[in-house]
Design a protein around this ligand. Structure first.
Ligand SMILES: Nc1ncnc2c1ncn2[C@@H]1O[C@H](COP(=O)(O)OP(=O)(O)O)[C@@H](O)[C@H]1O
Ligand SMILES: [Mg+2]
Length: 268
């Protein structure tokens, strides 16, 4: 049975979609069967995996409102072993539709039940809000992965998000566990960045990933080519970092072999 990971942070631009697309591609290359579920009406995961939104006849919106089954909207992507339930802009209207519907926070969970055996990992890309769509994602998930930037204001957002996770755990999904907090777009030259990381580690001991994703221009270029970083530039620092994150999630040592050299990370 696949592990369902919701990638969530109500702040936009923190690397949620980049993390979903990059991790999915990495797991797929490692022979894992992966399903990405795009729950953001901006559809950045959909675009990032090279799927054109214009050609889509159905999407996760149809699944949420009960007009289609999840298995009927799933597409294969050009990335090995990576399937996608795509999102289109209509998903923005789901908030209003859901209010009227029964089981409004557990509709994605119900839709995933029949699919989860077909995958090793199901990665849900959440919208940048603490909305009903995000609640659906957290209710459906086994774990939640929180990408965040190492900025002072990010910490306020983190406490709001952890409050929401607590609520989801107590009311709907007692088994929900943290997958981890991931620092993204990290710039080691900024003193403040390290302070923020230390502070978050202090409040959430054992929850922060050892892997940190650096700011890397290749990661920001990849979506416009419709390719995950592992297909766009395998030798970039961004690819190395997401490979390490993949190792960490798979419970493997943080070692990367590159041009005959071994890099060991996460040791301080
Ligand atoms: N590590 C990184 N280095 C540089 N740019 C990044 C990095 N991660 C993401 N980006 C870029 O930053 C923007 C926001 O990232 P995205 O993954 O879309 O965030 P979110 O899904 O949280 O809104 C995108 O343009 C993306 O290409
Ligand atoms: Mg996004």
């Amino acid at each position: 049975m696949g592990r369902i990971i919701a990638v969530a942070n109500q702040k936009g631009g923190v690397g949620k979609s980049t993390t979903v697309v990059s991790l999915a591609a990495y797991f797929g290359l490692r022979g894992k069967r992966v399903l990405c579920v795009d729950m953001d009406s901006q559809g950045n995961t959909t675009t990032g995996l090279g799927v054109s939104k214009r050609d889509l006849t159905s999407s996760t919106y149809d699944v949420l409102i009960g007009r289609a089954r999840l298995q009927d909207v799933i597409l294969e992507t050009e990335s090995e072993n990576v399937s996608l339930a795509p999102a289109v802009s209509a998903l923005a209207g789901a908030e209003i539709d859901l209010i009227e519907l029964e089981n409004r926070v557990s509709r994605l969970k119900a839709a995933l039940i029949s699919c989860r055996d077909s995958y090793d990992f199901i990665l849900i890309d959440c919208p940048p809000s603490l909305s009903l769509v995000t609640l659906n994602s957290l209710v459906a998930a086994d774990t939640v992965l929180i990408p965040m930037t190492a900025e002072f204001l990010s910490m306020e957002g983190l406490s709001q998000l952890t409050e929401t996770i607590r609520l989801v755990k107590s009311r709907y999904n007692p088994g929900l566990m943290p997958e981890g907090i991931l620092f993204t777009m990290y710039d080691a030259r900024l003193n403040l960045a390290e302070q923020v990381v230390e502070e978050v580690k202090h409040y959430f001991p054992g929850t922060v990933f050892k892997t940190v994703i650096p700011r890397n221009v290749r990661l920001s270029e990849a979506p416009s080519h419709g390719k995950p970083i592992f297909y766009y530039d395998r030798s970039s620092k961004g690819a190395d970092a997401y490979e390490l994150l993949g190792h960490e999630i798979l419970g493997e040592p943080l070692v990367v072999e590159k041009r005959g050299k071994r890099f060991i990370f996460g040791r301080k």
